[in-house]
Design a protein around this ligand. Structure first.
Ligand SMILES: C[S@@+](CC[C@H](N)C(=O)[O-])C[C@H]1O[C@@H](n2cnc3c(N)ncnc32)[C@H](O)[C@@H]1O
Length: 225
């Protein structure tokens, strides 16, 4: 394993079967409302406004959002991409009604060719788990673009450390997660997130709720691509 792959592995290693079993309760049920101050429902609503029926979810976790989201019509093509096989299996099982395509891959590395591109992609609570700073993590957008059709919607959410309001409990839990390498976001700022998105995309929407940034934009390839 090279050093980049080792660093990526740390960001997903926490998703053992045991952790996945408490994730929905601890993160989606308790931490989002009480600590990060952005209710799971707000993230779900943001995602619902950004979905097409040809959708890819990256960093699938337990598949909660895929189980609860509303696609615009009944015929859905769903792709799931994650580095962690436990997460992929859990999310695929939860979203089995869509017969999802699963891809085990590291989003920080270039992706293999994708002959059937997607019209939307969601990235919830992925960026803050990835190693590195927002500049290096944002290479994931360059990798993802190769799997997207022109005009595809890119949406997501991430917990930030700077440029957003943080309660004492948010600061303490974030520091603890950074020490344990569960998060790598102690230098992640709203300003840098905005810069990384705007340097790649036009019409970037950003909304801050608690210490969570919700983002949405569109992939418009440059004519030289
Ligand atoms: C905190 S969970 C988020 C789960 C879900 N999206 C949510 O918001 O509840 C982060 C997910 O990203 C995955 N992940 C972490 N690093 C990754 C990487 N380098 N490439 C692909 N997936 C990764 C983890 O395995 C995990 O499923």
């Amino acid at each position: 394993m090279n050093s980049k792959s080792e660093a990526s592995a740390a960001g997903q290693a926490v998703n053992s079967k045991r952790i996945l079993s408490i994730y929905d309760l601890w993160v989606l049920g308790i931490s989002n409302s009480l600590i990060w101050k952005c209710r799971t429902k707000a993230i779900l609503n943001w995602m619902n406004e950004s979905l097409t029926s040809n959708h890819l979810d990256v960093g699938v976790g337990t598949g909660y959002y895929l189980d609860h989201c509303s696609f615009p019509n009944a015929s859905v093509r769903l792709g799931l991409l994650d580095l962690n096989p436990n997460s992929l299996a859990a999310a695929a099982s939860r979203a089995s009604r869509y017969a999802p395509e699963t891809y085990q891959a590291d989003i920080l590395q270039p992706l293999p060719d994708q002959p059937h591109r997607f019209d939307s992609v969601s990235l919830n609570y992925l960026l803050h788990c990835l190693p590195g700073d927002l500049n290096s993590k944002s290479t994931l957008f360059d990798h993802l673009n190769q799997w997207l059709n022109p005009g595809a919607i890119i949406s997501g959410s991430t917990i930030l450390a700077e440029g957003v309001p943080r309660s004492l409990s948010a600061c303490k839990l974030m520091n603890f997660y950074n020490e344990k390498k569960i998060f790598t976001n102690s230098a992640d700022s709203l300003e840098e997130l905005q810069y990384q998105l705007q340097s790649r995309y036009t019409d970037v929407e950003l909304k801050v709720t608690g210490c969570v940034a919700l983002f949405r934009t569109r992939y418009i390839p440059s004519t030289t691509n």
